[in-house]
Design a protein around this ligand. Structure first.
Ligand code: AMP
Length: 179
């Protein structure tokens, strides 16, 4: 696993644990020689992952759509920055770079990005791992929703089994490396 795409909130969350764990993930990626590809912003958990990876000597690629560049404040110290036309180009380029995908806690933007690559895995467009870093049990209700969707006959059980999930960044990376 050479490059991992990380999707995460442009917010910090109320509990400081979100930013702390985001930084831990960035540090672990760098220490394991894994390149980070992310949205290219300085804000929220996105900025925390990138800053920690850069501080630990890692390589970081940012992919920023033109319209968001000023709003989310583009990171100045990235190894590579790609300014793209729109969200579609951003997601396509991130997916192209990545050997695996991780979502940290975030809002609708984070979910949208992660669910896109997850549904691509479901229909066999790729076989890269799609992981959730379940900081502070943030994604536990999503797992319950999956159980509900399976129970109600809208999701196949084997699709839920595609989700790689851990609370701790180091354990999650280990799982991804062995995927
Ligand atoms: P959020 O989780 O809502 O804070 O969003 C996290 C980040 O995801 C946003 O700041 C955007 O950079 C990005 N984002 C939001 N919507 C989309 C989308 N439709 N496609 C790609 N990236 C998005």
């Amino acid at each position: 696993m050479k490059t991992i795409a990380v999707y995460c909130g442009s917010s910090e969350g109320h509990d400081p644990i979100y930013m702390e764990e985001a930084r831990k993930l960035g540090k672990h990626l760098a220490e394991n020689g894994i390149k980070l590809v992310y949205g290219g912003a300085t804000v929220g958990c996105m900025g925390a992952v990138a800053d920690a990876a850069i501080d630990a000597g890692g390589e970081v690629i940012g992919v920023m759509p033109e319209k968001l560049a000023s709003l989310e404040i583009t990171h100045e110290n990235l190894t590579e920055l790609h300014v793209v036309k729109d969200m579609h180009e951003r997601k396509a380029l991130m997916a192209q770079y990545a050997d695996g995908f991780i979502a940290l806690p975030g809002g609708a933007g984070t979910l949208e990005e992660w669910f896109e690559v997850f549904t691509w895995a479901q229909i066999g467009y790729h076989d890269k791992p799609c992981a959730l870093l379940n900081i502070n049990d943030y994604y536990t209700p999503l797992v319950s929703l999956f159980d509900h969707m399976i129970e109600q006959g809208f999701v196949k059980k084997e699709y839920k089994d595609l989700i790689v999930m851990e609370k701790d960044a180091a354990n999650l990376l280990r799982k991804l490396q062995n995927y």
